[in-house]
Design a protein around this ligand. Sequence first.
Ligand code: F6P
Length: 327
Amino acid sequence: MTNKLNNIGVLTSGGDSPGMNAAIRAVVRTGTYHNLGVYGIMRGYAGMIENDIKKMDNRDVANIIQRGGTILKTARSKEFLEYTGREKAYNNLKKLGIDGLVIIGGDGSFNGAQQFSNDFDIPCIGLPGTIDKDIAGSDTTIGFDTAVNTAVQAIDKIRDTMDAHDRLFIVEVMGRDAGYIALHSGIATGAENILIPETETDMEDMICSLTEKERRKKLVNLVVVAEGGVLGGAYKVAEIIKDRIPTADIRVCVLGHIQRGGAPTCQDRLIASHMGYYAVESLLIGRKNVMVGVVNNKIYYTPLDKAVKEKQRIGQEWMKIVKILAS
Ligand code: F6P
């Protein structure tokens, strides 16, 4: 141990994601292995401000690796955006002797962590916990794999009824401003079109290809839409298509929060355990304000502000592949 770390805090913040519990478990058990006091902070930054903080031991995280949601609960705190809120939070941590934090969350949570450590010089380690995969510095995020698999299972079911009725289905998936869930679930379910915010959608081209398919009686068509698309979601897309192809029998399905729940996949449990372990090891050797990610199956560290600002990029080649495979 190179610095005087005695106690650490762990919290989950922002939208929950499957695998957060596995990450909490890894942080608690790695911390106790190193004889650190580990504190669970309830409801993210809100609990830090309200002193809703409890000491945890290994038994508190038994039987949770397979559970979705987060035993620490989560929230988005407006008060933490203000200096006075962060000061209250810091005073609560100091009273308990907490001198390092592990924050499991997405971009909003990392912005908060960065600001907090700028104000009070407390080392913060971020773990990317979000179904959106909208963070740079990691090939994947805790919860993404589960969310995509949930979307795939749901779309497979939709395909059965879509096929039975010769219908055109527009399915909207989550992702906020990112199109990864749409891209991955769309490719895995053989979608004819995938609309994502990262690439411009040529609506005219899409209408032409759907009209041509209608002409040759290929009436079963699946369009997967990312919620953050510029056209404004699945209902808007359905309106545009109906306007141009009035004969199309269209149905819309918005998958919504079902994508955030459920037991984490093996991959999400693995990366959460791996990242949680390295979060504590990082604090012990004096790392601060970095996110623990996984790149090419190896642990990779990215400054928190860079992880938030840079995002990941979706290669144009994917859209070409979608088009070729859907013909
Ligand atoms: O960031 C995760 C996410 O599920 C996004 O995909 C979605 O836009 C948002 O959270 C929904 O947030 P809420 O649960 O507050 O409605």
